[in-house]
Design a protein around this ligand. Structure first.
Ligand code: C5P
Length: 308
C-alpha cells in the first residue's frame, strides 16, 4: 500500500489507539437489553493498535499482527460497523480500505476491537473532513460498543451505564503495568453469563464495593495503595471458564508485582509495579514461569485515539 497520497486525493490517515485496562469493575444486574449496569474505572495504557484508512473502490478490511487470524473480516468487524455508522451519519460513501495492525491482544479483555472502532471513527472523520468533535464522535461510538467511547478519550475515566457514560478522573501519576497475555481469548458475553450463573448459585462470589477507595488511591503518588484496591467482579467468572488464570495471577505476585487482576473479561492479567525498572523485573520473572503466552510492560494513562 502506498503511504503517500496521490496529488488531489485524500489520505491515507493513520491513527494510533491504546488498549484499556479496568482498575475497578463492579458489575450490577442484567438489564432487559442484555447488558449489565456497571461502574468501572478505565485507564488507557501504552499498548497500541494502528489503523490506516484510505479511499478504495469498496469497503476493504485487512488485519495484521498477533492474533490477526482470529479477527472477523466481514461486516461484524467493529471497524466496518464504525465506517457504516459514520458514513450514514455524515452522508459519505463507506468505500474505504482499513488496514489494522494489532498490538492489543485479540479477545483479551483490553478492548482491542473497540479501540479499532474508535480509531476508524477518528480516521474517517479526518479523511472525509467531517470536522466532528470528540463528543460528537462519542455518540456514534456508544452505539458501536460499551468500551468504544473510552478508546476515543483515553486517560483515566469513570464509566457508568454499560460503561459508555464517561467522566474524567484525576490521575496525574504515571503507573507502570505488566501485562500477561494468555493463549487464546475469552468471549465477553460468555464471561458476563458465567458471572450471572455463579451469582445464582448458593456460593456467589463477593461483590466489589464502590469505586471511592480506588479513586482516592489514584490521587496518591505511591503505587502500593492502588495495588490494594484494584478489583474486578468479572475475575471469578473468567477464572471459572479458564482455571489456569489462578496460577497466572499468583505468578505475577510471586514475581514481585504489588498486585494484579484479570483485565475486563480476561483472559489477559495486569499487574502493577512500582516504576518502569520494577515492571521490567516483574516481567522477566513472569516470563520465566511459563504461565502465559507473552509478557509486556506498559504505562498509563495515555491519550485516546489520535491521528499520527
Ligand atoms: O458493548 P459490547 O458490544 O462491547 O459488549 C459485548 C457483550 O458483553 C454484550 O453483548 C454483553 O453480552 C456483554 N456486556 C454486558 N454488560 C456490559 C457490557 C458488555 O453484559 N455493560
Amino acid at each position: 500500500m502506498s503511504e503517500e497520497p496521490l496529488p488531489g486525493s485524500p489520505g491515507p490517515v493513520r491513527v494510533r489507539v491504546p488498549a484499556k485496562i479496568n482498575l475497578h469493575l463492579a458489575v450490577g444486574l442484567p438489564r432487559d437489553d442484555g447488558y449489565h449496569d456497571l461502574t468501572t474505572v478505565y485507564q488507557a495504557i501504552s499498548l497500541y493498535d494502528e489503523v490506516v484508512v484510505e479511499p478504495a473502490a469498496g469497503l476493504e478490511l485487512v488485519v495484521n499482527g498477533e492474533g490477526a487470524e482470529d479477527v472477523p473480516l466481514d461486516d461484524s468487524n467493529l471497524a466496518a460497523r464504525a465506517v457504516y455508522a459514520l458514513a450514514e451519519r455524515t452522508g459519505r460513501s463507506p468505500n474505504v480500505r482499513i488496514v489494522m495492525r494489532k498490538g492489543i491482544p485479540v479477545a483479551g479483555g483490553m478492548a482491542g476491537g473497540s479501540a479499532d472502532a474508535a480509531a476508524t471513527l477518528v480516521a474517517c472523520d479526518a479523511l472525509w473532513a467531517c470536522g466532528l468533535s470528540r463528543d460528537e464522535l462519542a455518540e456514534t461510538a456508544a452505539e458501536l460498543g460499551s468500551d468504544v467511547p473510552f478508546a476515543l478519550y483515553g486517560g483515566t475515566a469513570l464509566g457508568t451505564g454499560r460503561g459508555e457514560r464517561l467522566s474524567p478522573v484525576l490521575a496525574r501519576t504515571q503507573r507502570h503495568w505488566v501485562i500477561a497475555i494468555a493463549n487464546g481469548g475469552l468471549s465477553t458475553p460468555d464471561v458476563f453469563k458465567e458471572l450471572d450463573r455463579l451469582r445464582s448459585t448458593d456460593r456467589p462470589p463477593p461483590r466489589t464495593a464502590g469505586a471511592d477507595a480506588l479513586l482516592r488511591a489514584l490521587r496518591e503518588e505511591a503505587a502500593t495503595p492502588l495495588a490494594k484496591v484494584i478489583a474486578n467482579d468479572l475475575q471469578p467468572a473468567a477464572i471459572s471458564l479458564r482455571p489456569s488464570l489462578r496460577r497466572t495471577l499468583a505468578a505475577g505476585v510471586e514475581s514481585g508485582a504489588l498486585g494484579g487482576a484479570v483485565s475486563g473479561s480476561g483472559p489477559t492479567c495486569v499487574f502493577l509495579a512500582e516504576d518502569g525498572d520494577h515492571a521490567v523485573r516483574v516481567a522477566a520473572g513472569l516470563s520465566g514461569l511459563g504461565v502465559c503466552r507473552t509478557v509486556r510492560t506498559a504505562y498509563g494513562p495515555v491519550p485516546g485515539a489520535r491521528v499520527v
